[in-house]
Design a protein around this ligand. Structure first.
Ligand code: T4K
Length: 401
């Protein structure tokens, strides 16, 4: 498979001591930015050929043949009845939320990308933030129980970093309180829970295929479900509520995936195992290179569950000699654009801060984890030597060298 050359950002610098760091005046390790979220792109020629066919076909969007093929292949991969492809993950969330008839309050983690909360508030629903478990970074079921009120209509669990939320426990809470249960599976393409593919749990699961995801369609998303009626409603909603020409039978919006995005998705589906294999190797290289650094730990993935290993999540402990922000500053000076995903937590972001001024008091784990996490580059565009350089920077910053 052809991928982008990984030596385009070749780095020659040997980093042994603080004087070697760009933050102390040395030249940066990388001439061009090393981004978190560089797209994984499968066979470029196959993609370009497919785009040629789209143009020849003169069918660019509106449930075209490639979108339909893409939906069939994703549904088969997950073992779920329906995959409804959408233009992005956020619209997919909004459509799922609306199709399920959620109202009032919905419980979500604050420790997630802000789109999870925005999709609710965009529909006039109040996102109520529940705390996460420090070990899993996913919703803590006990915290969810504490946030239920008479206005609660649902729960959105997030499979953060592609590690499954506590599905059984959330399912039990939802059943007990007659709540809808949706999973934001934006990070979880190819993940499993107790050996079963993510994609068929809760009322539905919502994926993002944004360029920065392990599996991408440039922009894109999907809802997967085993519920026939829900699937039918969402298909109507993503296309203005049209059922055939001139016949609008449902409120709707424009949530359609275009053919070129489906073409990218089909090419990338052929390479999704390759992407995961590369990410797994990269993840192991990071873990090995950072194993001895005091106060630094790389978040682990279960050896018994599938995961794309797309997120290299580093936790900076209190015993580390440098803070998370000092490490980030040093990495950025080297042109390594590590991210603080998902600092500071949704509850601290402008649209929600005023709504819940005391939210931090009930979110101690979220507050804590938001201050200690950073995310490093991975994917098919990074070499083992470059990973080594990134780890050298962290090792030197986090030590007394
Ligand atoms: N739920 C969850 C849990 C999510 O994480 C997301 C999205 C959603 C829902 C919503 O799904 P979508 O509506 O996005 O399909 C990025 C992504 O835009 C977003 O999709 C993703 N999560 C989030 C975790 O990351 P930003 O604000 O960090 O994007 P940005 O522009 O800074 O890009 C990230 C990095 O990727 C940059 O350092 C540059 C690099 N990059 C980006 C693009 C687009 C590239 O190298 N090439 C590219 O083409 O949100």
């Amino acid at each position: 498979m052809k991928t982008q050359p990984v030596d385009a950002f070749l780095c020659e610098k040997n980093i042994q001591a603080k004087a070697d760091l760009a933050i102390n005046g040395a030249s940066p390790a990388f001439q061009r930015a090393m981004h978190v979220g560089r797209p994984n792109v499968g066979d470029r020629d196959a993609f370009l050929a497919s785009v040629g066919l789209v143009l020849d076909n003169q069918w660019l969007t509106n449930n075209g043949p490639l979108v339909q093929e893409f939906e069939r292949r994703v549904a088969a991969l997950f073992g779920v009845k329906h995959c409804i492809a959408m233009c992005n993950g956020t619209i997919a969330l909004e459509i799922a939320i609306r199709a399920l008839g959620l109202t009032g309050e919905v419980i979500v983690p604050s420790w997630t990308f802000v789109a999870t909360a925005h999709a609710l508030s965009w529909q006039g629903i109040t996102p109520v933030f529940a705390d996460v478990d420090m070990a899993t970074h996913n919703l803590d079921p006990a915290a969810v129980r504490r946030m239920i009120t008479p206005r609660t209509s649902g729960i959105i669990g997030v499979h953060l970093w592609g590690r499954a939320a506590p599905i059984d426990e959330l399912q039990a809470i939802a059943a007990e309180h007659k709540l809808h249960l949706v999973f934001d599976a934006a990070h979880a393409f190819g993940s499993s829970y107790k050996g079963q593919s993510i994609g068929k749990f809760g009322d539905c699961e919502v994926f993002s295929f944004h360029a920065t995801k392990s599996f991408n369609t440039m922009e894109g998303g999907a809802v997967t479900t085993n519920n026939d009626d829900l699937a039918e409603t969402m298909r109507l909603m993503r296309n203005f509520g049209f059922k055939g020409y001139d016949n609008v039978i449902h409120p709707g919006t424009n949530g359609k995936m275009i053919e070129v995005c489906a073409a990218m998705g089909l090419v990338n589906l052929d390479n999704v195992d390759f992407f995961s294999d590369v990410n797994r190797r990269n993840h192991a290289a990071y873990r090995e290179a950072l194993a001895e650094v005091v106060g630094i730990s790389v978040l682990e993935y279960s050896p018994t569950e599938r995961n794309s290993h797309h997120y290299v999540v580093v936790e900076v402990g209190e015993d580390c000699l440098s803070s998370r922000d000092e490490i980030i500053a040093a990495l950025h000076a080297e042109n390594i654009l590590a991210r603080k995903y998902f600092w500071p937590g949704c509850h601290m972001m402008q649209p929600y801060r005023g709504l819940f001024p005391h939210a931090g008091l009930v979110l101690p784990n979220t507050v804590s984890v938001a201050e200690r996490v950073l995310v490093l580059p991975t994917g098919v565009n990074i070499s083992t030597a470059q990973i080594q350089t990134i780890c050298d920077v962290i090792r030197v910053v986090a030590s007394s060298l």
